[in-house]
Structure formats: C-alpha cells, structure tokens
Design a protein around this ligand. Sequence first.
Ligand code: MLT
Length: 309
Amino acid sequence: MAPKVLVSDKLSETAVQIFRDRGIDVDFMPDLGKDKDKLAEVIGQYDGLAIRSATKVTPAILEKADKLKVIGRAGIGTDNVDKDAASKKGVIVMNTPFGNMITTAEHAIAMMFAVARQIPEASTSTHAGKWEKSKFMGIELTNKTLGVIGAGNIGGIVCERALGLKMKVVAYDPYLGEEKAAKMGIEKVELEDLLTRADFITLHVPLTDQTRNVLSRENLAKTKPGVRIVNCARGGLVDEDALAEMLKSGHVAGAAFDVFSQEPAKDNPLFNLPNVVCTPHLGAATTEAQENVALQVAEQISNYLLTGA
Ligand code: MLT
C-alpha cells in the first residue's frame, strides 16, 4: 500500500504534485494545522506530515500519530515540533535548511536599508500628503560596520551582500574558523567586540538555550550609541523590553524586526515606537523560497518513506 502523507499547512502545490508523482497518497488540507483537535483526530492515518509554521506538533498530537514516521518542515526552524516527543515516538523530524536562505538574507538587508532611511515612516507620511522632506534624515550603509551574530548559511549570505554594499563586516560565531572568515573577507570577533564596534547588528542564529537573550539588557547596554538592530532570525534572541527602553532613550537609533518573542505578535513593546520597522515573520515569504522549500520537503519525505534514506 502507498504511504500516506498529510500536508496540513499552506504549502505550494508543487509539493502535492511531487508526492503524487512519487506514488504517495497525499491529502492537502492547508488549514488543518490551525485546528489541533481535528489534526489529532486524523493524524493516526498518516505515515508522513508536511508542515510550515502554523501546525504545532505537540506531544498530544504525537500521542495519536500511531503510523507516523516522518515530519518535514518546509523551512529552517523546527520550533513548532516537539522534537523530544517525536524522537521518543521514533518519528524523524526534517527541515529544508537551504531553500529559503537567500530570501531571508535579502529580507535582513531590506530591513537594514528600511531602518537606515526610515522608509516605512516616510512612505506613510507621503501617502498622507505631508511631504515631510526634512523630517527623514537617514544614514549611509557605506563604510559602516555590520556586526553579524551567526555567520552560517543565512548570516554568510548577509555578510557577502553587506561587503558588496561596501560595509565592514565583523562576525561573532563560535563555529566560524579564522581561515574561513578571512576567505569570506570578514573579521571574526568576540561578542563584546562586536557590541562595541557595530553600527548595525543583525542576528542569524537559531533560538537555543545558548542563544536565547543573546542581546540581553546587559549586552544591549554595551552597544555603540546610535546602533541599529535587525532581527530576522527568531524572537527571544533580543530582550524586547530593554530594547524598547533604549530606543526611547535614544541609545539605540532604530530597530527592524521580523520576528517576535510571541507570535503572532498582536502586542509588543517595540510596536509604535519611532524608527522601528516591523514585518510579520516574512523572512521566507517569497514565491521562489516557498517553491524551493515545498519541493525540497516533498522530495525528502518521499525519499524517506519510499527508501528509508
Ligand atoms: C524558517 O524557519 O524557515 C523561517 O523562519 C521561515 C518561516 O518560519 O516561515
């Protein structure tokens, strides 16, 4: 009998076609992930589950997942899957680490420009017919120092793009070797050094026990006055209350956040502060990235279910 896969989030139809082409029996129910009771009711029929971020795979869901062998997350973070509970049940959890990295890096660069030139506020003001030409004085990126926290797949692309913009790039990443950093044309530094030198700081690390609150109140206080902070990685990496205070005091000149400690973010200390640019976790939201991750997750799940590889 053909293995059965459930797609419970809004995944590109490319994924569905790949499952069909590979001879997998697929159910495409893109809104099911939001209904945890319904998901718990049906999950027992499936060998594979393909998700984005809306489906929360909790221990209660896994409890009912008697046939489940694999969960594939179309994207990088697997924070919406209880990995301990999955591994206890013998369920493999996969992600697609490469499909959306360019898109996410481009969003971080876009956010850096947006906060440097106050583009969202200037746009709102212009739409309102105000023509406030002298209100929105920006800064250039050229010759500014960008501090990159995490120079892996996405951070590495950000470094490359920033060098193309003629920025100086310093990176804090315990996994980055001196030689690799030199090859990339960037400087490997300790966190303390990055904090005191960077005009812009951008984060590109997953949220783990080691990275949680990496920009804590204490670390934010060590940053260069006038710093601008970009977070397109994960909520929880920055102390949002402390950052809001430092934006109000003027120590931090601006922030551009795509991710928040609570998502969906309906309320947040950063909301409605001047020169804070916010987007609703759009880091991976391009047609190209969503095609890539859908294709990759479908191939990976199919390979696993059909060949065990
Ligand atoms: C990811 O983990 O791939 C990104 O944060 C994008 C997303 O969650 O949609």
